[in-house]
Design a protein around this ligand. Structure first.
Ligand code: ZN
Length: 294
């Protein structure tokens, strides 16, 4: 893998969005194609000890109404199965293994499996939060093979994605990293924040960097995106050059500072600082800046 290659950026999975309303077609395909059913509980999956991949069942799990069509990969159909607490506990007992977050297993998954895990996680978390319509308060039910909620008065709701910008700001051989008060000790990362209502991504990049560090930037270039359903973000990554270097912190940040490339490599190696895990786009941005994987 190249130093700057973003994890989970591409997949061979065909989401087949035009099939979601075609219940009969999916039902027919199920009869003669291999199907994989991914149990999901609160966005988490089961990772059996002996296996690097998450557990997949050849048979449907949970209630049929909670089955989400994810798409087709290598001519095989994939479904997410959102489980109730009771169903999840029963499966944990059966498999002698517990539901866990993708975070600690992400690096072991290939891109296609990571996509399916993140995709089923994002849908499941959204579905669990949307029992009632946000417009009229009546009960929602799932439609469009798990991709749409409709209430008793016909109001439609779709999965909610929150775009966030994440930026590596450089100044020659130095880059700008920071840490929030809430983070574990010594953890530093690229600056990031959510795009606000009525705001362009371009403006959000300039605003977030200025708010968190007081640094002004230029030459902003798009680096890539990464799905980040924790619970519902889409990370939009950028590189930028500093036009000022005087740092002033806002209330959110405990520390923001310039790191020289050599310091960064040395301190990350000896544990003086802890950078974001390798599967994160923050790590990909820093690796790209250093010209080597860190
Ligand atoms: Zn409604």
């Amino acid at each position: 893998m190249k130093a700057d290659q973003i994890h989970f950026i591409r997949t061979e999975l065909d989401r087949c969005a035009n099939m979601r309303e075609q219940k009969q077609r999916i039902k027919q395909l199920k009869k003669f194609k291999t199907c994989h059913y991914v149990p999901v509980y609160r966005g988490n999956h089961i990772y059996p000890d002996s296996d690097e991949e998450f557990y997949v069942s050849p048979m449907p799990l949970g209630k049929p109404d909670n089955q989400s069509f994810l798409g087709i990969l290598n001519d095989e159909l994939w479904f997410g199965c959102g489980l109730t607490e009771k169903e999840a506990v029963a499966l944990e007992i059966q498999l002698e293994c517990q539901f866990e977050s993708i975070r600690q297993y992400a690096m072991a998954l290939n891109d296609d499996m990571a996509h399916i895990a993140l995709y089923s996680r994002g849908l499941d978390l959204w579905q669990r939060q949307k029992n009632f319509c946000s417009k009229c308060g009546t009960r929602n039910h799932l439609e469009s093979s798990g991709h749409k909620m409709v209430c008793e008065n016909g109001h439609e709701q779709f999965p909610h994605i929150e775009p966030a910008v994440i930026v590596l700001v450089s100044k020659g051989d130095q880059c700008l990293l920071g840490r929030k008060h809430t983070w574990p000790p010594n953890v530093y990362s690229t600056l990031a924040g959510f795009v606000e209502a009525g705001e362009s991504i371009e403006d959000a990049v300039h605003r977030e960097i200025y708010e968190e560090s007081n640094v002004r930037i230029k030459n902003v270039t798009y680096f890539g995106s990464q799905p980040w359903p924790f619970p519902s973000s889409l990370m939009l990554a950028f590189n930028a050059e500093a036009v000022s270097d005087d740092i002033r912190l806002d209330d959110e940040m405990e520390d923001v500072r310039w790191f020289h490339k050599d310091e960064l490599i040395k301190w990350a190696k000896d544990g003086s600082i802890i950078l974001s895990p390798r599967f994160t786009v923050a790590n990909n941005l820093i690796s790209h800046f250093l010209g080597k994987r860190i």
